[in-house]
Design a protein around this ligand. Structure first.
Ligand code: NAD
Length: 293
């Protein structure tokens, strides 16, 4: 393996440690940041993610309240719960675990979360503020990916970057963050023609598709930074179940300059950034009471 391994677990551990110290200081003012986690239905992967997020939050001193709801829940009931959480003075952040069941309109739901408590950064207000450079809460996965890129190269101005995948939650905000950092950005998607050749021009490759082994060694420019966001559960030929990303890791690692593993790359950083966003949301929303105290 020629590439340096970008260790998301280690970086997340360091960020979580720093955050824990800040949460302890905040606790001396009587404030404990609180994250409400809303999970609708029984998707096993979502349950696993929610457990990991709650465990990580508690480990840094952030309180969590989980709302596990029936898959048949009416959209109106979910909106009513969000409204209660929006008004609840003890709730600093609201996370709606995606995907939602098909009968619920995800856009309606994400729009219902108060922008100040939208720790996933999905509300149109936060999206608009981010895109226009007016602030806005940054979505956790792209934020984590940027931290990982920075560990390899602090200044990425002028580099060619490609983001493969254009979802609202990963691809588009990722492209925007790379653009803000001074990269020349290509966004590729399922309709892109000639993707391997386009990808091979990029100094930074971020893949968020959900297709194991999509990105091959010959797609990668020698020395490129490769960030694999994909999470795919596969069963290998020996019957063993495991997690892999969207990049054919072993072969890509022979060409890239630095690469994230799956698991242990972007995943832990997504959670670390969620906790950072929750802490910041608590500070911003409760600034007046902190000053008064
Ligand atoms: P999505 O399904 O919403 O979007 C997938 C994107 O990939 C689409 O824009 C589509 O056009 C593009 N695409 C599909 N096939 C393609 C192909 N052959 N070539 C090029 N582009 C193609 O997915 P998402 O929610 O953005 O998630 C993408 C992946 O990232 C999934 O594996 C998901 O599990 C993972 N993910 C990981 C984290 C994390 O913390 N590591 C967070 C969110 C999502």
């Amino acid at each position: 393996m020629a590439a340096a391994l970008i260790d998301g677990t280690a970086l997340a551990r360091r960020l979580n440690g720093e955050l824990k110290a800040k949460v302890e200081v905040l606790a001396t003012t009587g404030i404990v940041p609180c994250l409400a986690v809303v999970l609708v239905g029984d998707d096993p992967a979502s349950h696993t993610y929610v457990r990991s997020k709650s465990r990580a939050a508690r480990a840094v001193g952030i309180a969590t309240v989980e709302h596990r709801l029936d898959a048949q829940l009416a959209e109106a009931e979910l909106l009513a719960l969000i409204e209660r959480l929006n008004r609840d003075p003890e709730t600093d952040g609201i996370l709606i675990q995606l995907p939602l069941p098909k009968h619920i309109d995800v856009t309606n739901v994400l729009k219902a979360v108060h922008p100040a408590k939208d720790v996933d950064g999905f509300h149109p207000t936060n999206v608009g503020e981010r895109v226009t450079g007016a602030g806005g809460i940054i979505p956790c996965t792209p934020m984590g990916a940027m931290f990982l890129i920075e560990t390899v190269r602090a200044n990425i101005e002028g580099l060619d970057a490609i983001v493969i995948g254009m979802s609202n939650i990963v691809g588009k905000p990722m492209a925007d963050l790379l653009l803000s950092a001074g990269c020349t950005v290509t966004v590729a998607h399922i309709k892109t023609v000639g993707l391997p050749a386009i990808c091979r021009r990029a100094d930074i490759v971020v893949v968020a598709v959900g297709k194991p082994g999509l990105v091959r060694a010959e797609w990668i420019k020698p020395g490129a930074i490769v960030i694999d966001v994909g999470i795919n559960r596969i069963t290998s030929s020996d019957g063993e179940k495991r997690l892999v990303g969207d990049v054919a890791f072993e072969e890509a690692a022979g060409v890239a300059g630095a690469i994230t593993p799956v698991p242990g790359g972007v995943g832990p950083m997504t959670i670390a950034c969620l906790l950072l966003n929750t802490f910041e949301a608590a500070i911003s929303r409760r600034a007046a009471s902190i000053r008064a105290g």
